[in-house]
Design a protein around this ligand. Structure first.
Ligand SMILES: NC(=O)c1ccc[n+]([C@@H]2O[C@H](COP(=O)([O-])OP(=O)(O)OC[C@H]3O[C@@H](n4cnc5c(N)ncnc54)[C@H](O)[C@@H]3O)[C@@H](O)[C@H]2O)c1
Length: 431
């Protein structure tokens, strides 16, 4: 298959890209620790990783870490709006095959993924690092000839985990997978603390609107929803939660949030954020019942949490600026729609902060190492990162924050019935 060596927006942006990658590196001690620990033994030597994950400065540090560990990589973005073009330019300048630019069409998005399948030397991928299962599904549905050569898949996010699990239950899955999403350093850090900071960033950069005093409706009180809700609360917003799960609904209530249905919340809400991982959460009935100039955005992985098609077909739109459109509904009221339904923290800001992404991406690195080096250990199925690896990731971030860890004595460890150096918790522990 002949193909271009790369495709990005503008190679001249490279210098600015290196500057932000260097700054991100300072905030990503986990990935630097992986380089220090495994850079000599090169456990990914021979791995040909096709990566599909937002091309941001943090992903650049991940990519360069995978290279230090011996892998070859080709990369595309997991979202049409999330590529940082200066970062993509610098990676290409360093000889890395990147196929991504901000503002791809849906067709270009698929084309970019296709370019990651076969390397310049004619060899096909043997590992996938995915975010939302798009690349995995492309291989399974359109390029099954490559499946037998794929040693493992590591998946980044909840929405991808749902798809992999469905594939496994339908007996379609043919590859061992590690669902990085289930590791504590992802679920309890990136989603809660990362989304807590970046959801505000996205909405503020897009609208400049003051959040204090506003009524903010968050749909879904999972880890992402919890992070978002706490951010708005800290900013002085009044937060309403919508949930389908009684446990999460009760949790939200006990955190002090009002919990009601979306249609009820529409009467009061001024900002709406979806974070369910589901589809068609906000639909026509809700739009038509919202207050004037309600702000609508999504934090879930896929745009389909909000019925964007209905808006496009039934309302007229004015583009305020990149990532911000004002729709006029048939009832005369307006909706400010952010990021065209893509995760607002990525589409309208720079995603989760580097430090928290260091946790997730260090887990990705260890998941790739696990699958690539332990073929016999992982059956076909969706696995979690071993607890010891989760703790290894957390440990690699302690020094940067000046954290002093207490060590278990032999006596204490024996009493608790756990190894003195971990793992400290059983797999079912929820943190
Ligand atoms: N933007 C980001 O930076 C970012 C980061 C991580 C994950 N994500 C994405 O965010 C989404 C949510 O992730 P999560 O890990 O919090 O998932 P989760 O499963 O922990 O939480 C989702 C919650 O939504 C609830 N829910 C489902 N359908 C609902 C409905 N119709 N109405 C109200 N509530 C409903 C569920 O009961 C659940 O509690 C996923 O798509 C994930 O991929 C985004």
């Amino acid at each position: 298959m002949s193909k271009p060596a790369h495709k990005i927006a503008d190679i001249n942006l490279a210098e600015a890209g290196r500057m932000v990658i260097s700054l991100a590196e300072n905030e990503m001690p986990g990935l630097l620790k992986m380089r220090e620990k495994y850079g000599t033994s090169k456990p990914l030597d021979g791995a040909r990783i096709a990566g599909c994950l937002h091309v941001t400065k943090e992903t650049a540090v991940l990519i360069e870490t995978l290279l230090v560990l011996g892998a070859k990589v080709q990369w595309c973005s997991s979202n049409i709006f999330s590529t940082q073009d200066h970062v993509a330019a610098e990676l290409v300048k360093c000889g890395i095959p990147i196929y991504a630019w901000k503002g791809e069409t849906d067709e270009e998005f698929v084309w970019c993924m296709q370019q990651t399948l076969v390397f310049q030397d004619g060899q096909a991928l043997n590992m996938i690092l995915d975010d939302g299962c798009n690349l995995t599904q492309l291989v399974y549905h359109k390029y099954p000839q490559y499946l037998s050569g794929i040693i493992g898949i590591t998946e980044e996010t909840s929405s991808g985990e749902i798809i992999l699990t469905k594939m496994f239950n339908a007996r379609e899955l043919k590859t061992p997978c590690i669902n990085v999403n289930s590791s504590a350093v992802k679920a309890k850090f990136e989603k809660i603390y990362g989304c807590r900071e970046s959801v505000i960033d996205g909405i503020r950069r897009a609208t400049d609107v003051m959040l204090a005093g506003k009524v903010v409706v968050v749909s879904g009180f999972g880890d992402v929803g919890k992070g978002c809700a706490s951010a708005f609360k800290m900013f002085g917003s009044r937060v309403i939660i919508t949930e389908v799960d009684p446990i999460n609904a009760l949790q939200a209530s006990m955190e002090g949030y009002e919990v009601t249905t979306l249609i009820e919340a529409c009467k009061e809400g001024q900002v709406f954020v979806t974070a369910t991982g589901g589809r068609k959460i906000l639909t026509s009935n809700h739009f038509l019942n919202m207050r004037e100039d309600a702000i609508v955005c999504n934090m879930g992985h896929f745009r389909h949490e909000i019925d964007c098609d209905w808006l496009n077909e039934n309302a007229t739109t004015d583009r305020i600026k990149a990532g911000v459109s004002r729709y006029t509904l048939s009832n005369g009221r307006h909706i400010l729609f952010l990021g065209a339904g893509s995760p607002v923290n990525l589409a309208c800001a720079s995603g989760c902060p580097s430090f928290v992404m260091s946790n997730v991406f260090a887990a990705q690195v260890l998941a790739q190492i696990e699958l690539f080096n332990n073929k016999a250990k992982y059956s076909i199925g969706v696995h979690s990162l071993p607890k010891k690896r989760d703790e290894e990731v957390a440990f690699s971030h302690l020094e940067k924050l000046g954290i002093k860890l207490t060590h278990l004595t032999v006596e204490q460890a024996e009493y608790l019935g756990i190894p003195q150096n971990g793992p400290y918790k059983p797999n079912h522990y929820r943190y």
